[in-house]
Design a protein around this ligand. Sequence first.
Ligand code: DGL
Length: 278
Amino acid sequence: MLCMLTQGPIGVFDSGYGGLTILKEFKNILPQYDFLYLGDNARAPYGTRSFDTVYEYTLQAVKYLFEQNCSLVILACNTASAKALRTIQQNDLPKISNSKRVLGVIRPTTEIVGEVTTTKHIGVLGTKGTVMSNSYVVEIEKLHPELQVFQHACPMWVPLVENNEYLSPGADYFVKKDLDALLNQSSNIDTIILGCTHYPLLMEKIQQFLPPNINILSQGEVVAKSLKSYLNRHSNINQSTTKNSRTVYLTTDSSESFAIQAKIFMGETIDARQIHLK
Ligand code: DGL
């Protein structure tokens, strides 16, 4: 078991590019910190994969990031947070190290949802995996039992983003269809959680098809503020993070494709390195 305090960047993991919407806000809100981003592009999407597979892939990524001296890893992926986080925290971390931490994106998002809604009817959009796991329903029930949660899976949204079709006219059909399917479950929904880190890329289309009185809760800023507060409250973890304003990008697929695609998310030129997970 590793017990020594090693210093390194904050690890940020996603199945592909979606976690970049979270990383972007980390860099805005915590500009002095170093980040190590890992996208498992070779095996994305995770949204349609089984619990066991998402858990196995996520654990491999977490272990890899630990080996790169990350003491804190954020699963910037709702699917991995829904299907793998709890088992990793409860079963794997105690065997790996008592000084390392893994956090997800679902808990911080559900914490603030009660402040945003007035009708108390919340909509959640996510991958099939996230919706089927019921993680949002369970977490919201724990924190805000007075809220009613309606969910809908949007299996086409991640491929639209990953294939650079999120601004195309073809995307309109799927965005409208899925928003209608959610809103048909309750006419009182006033807050929608975009429970997938890819979805902010579709924001323009989502806003186009949603009534203006509905709040859209996009996770990046919420999760970044929550990370800042976590680091303030956990000085040992904070001390184990390096702070040279550097971000390094890793992908399990072609580094050239990653660089092109990631530039769309980050708005700046990205240099990525290919690695293999096992
Ligand atoms: N970005 C991931 C999420 O937040 C899912 C994408 C995928 O299906 O791999 O759920």
